[in-house]
Design a protein around this ligand. Structure first.
Ligand code: SAH
Length: 294
């Protein structure tokens, strides 16, 4: 507790020093003040001098400094210009830290092999989708508890989502520790967790993955319905011949199942079959699915 009081003092001193008088809720600005959790995060991340570490949402650089002591290189995003400016100064003693004063959702990631972040909650979802498109060794992320539960949820649960399916096909996610909300300043409404994310050899090629994503976007827009219904009404809007779409859909596996009950791997089977059926009649995947991307 003493440590936490000191850490809180340190955060407040830094804010004052850099004339930051208010914190921006919309930026998910909540600073970690329990350094035992920081230590645990560093141990889980297993950083060595060979590592290029990506951090998203550096804040005042509490985690950044710890990473910089061990890593070969740390790239850290901080989109709040005022904080980024303060951060530049605070980490200037570490020549291996590069502060990127940009929005981590919109800017390309620099080359990295590990990602360690106390993620701003408002961008957890787009950052997870983006991370899944990169190759890396592992990620140790502080996530909002509800978000982490969504990531590891099972078919049939209300949290089961497009991101759950993709994450479970591409990674193994382990919740290493629950982090109480009192570990942050200001205290947020909800607890967090430390999640360790290990990519696994994914069961598909790049092309298939993109098509799977297209299909998931359509299916999860109505996840309580049956595969047949959702795909038929979608295809009917794209292909004029209704008898033909009826035939295609009847040939798909799990057509009578409700989307939310399907296992992740079953979505791959549907995608592969749909690719083949469209190919057989000379309809391009893109002709059907362009316009579904967000
Ligand atoms: N890692 C720090 C701060 C966490 S708060 C700590 O643990 O103490 C999250 C930080 O992410 C805030 O400083 C916020 O300004 C920043 N942030 C929010 N949205 C961002 C985005 N889109 N790109 C980069 N940084 C962002």
């Amino acid at each position: 507790m003493k440590n936490q009081e000191n850490a809180l003092k340190e955060v407040k001193t830094l804010l004052k020093k850099h004339s930051i008088s208010y914190l921006r809720k919309a930026f998910g600005q909540k600073f970690l003040i329990d350094f035992s959790i920081l230590e645990r995060q560093i141990i889980l991340a297993d950083i060595t001098g060979k590592d290029k570490v990506l951090e998203i949402g550096a804040g005042l650089g509490t985690l950044t400094r710890k990473l910089a002591e061990k890593a070969g290189k740390v790239y850290t995003f901080e989109s709040d210009k005022k904080l980024a400016h303060a951060l530049e100064k605070e980490v200037s003693v570490f020549p291996n830290v590069e502060v990127i004063p940009e929005d981590a959702v919109k800017s390309p990631f620099p080359p990295f092999n590990k990602c360690v972040s106390n993620l701003p909650y408002n961008i957890s979802s787009p950052i997870m989708f983006k991370l899944l498109k990169h190759d890396f060794e592992h990620a140790v992320l502080m996530l909002q508890k509800e978000f982490a539960e969504r990531l590891v949820s099972k078919p049939g649960s209300k949290d089961y989502s497009r991101l759950t399916v993709l994450a479970s096909l591409k990674t193994k996610i382990e919740i290493a520790q629950i982090v109480p909300k009192t570990a942050f300043y200001p205290v947020p409404k909800v607890d967090s967790v430390l999640a360790v994310i290990n990519p696994i050899r994914s069961p598909f090629e790049k092309d298939l993955e993109e098509r799977l994503e297209d299909l998931l976007r359509v299916l999860f827009s109505r996840k309580s319905r049956k595969v047949r219904k959702v795909l038929r009404s979608f295809l009917n809007k794209k292909i004029q011949d209704k008898a033909f779409t009826k035939k295609i859909v009847s040939k798909l596996p799990y057509a009578e199942e409700r989307i939310k009950f399907l296992q992740p791997i079953q979505f791959i089977n549907i995608t592969k079959t749909l690719i083949r059926l469209l190919e057989e009649v000379g309809i391009g995947w893109e002709d059907v699915f362009s316009g579904t991307k967000t």
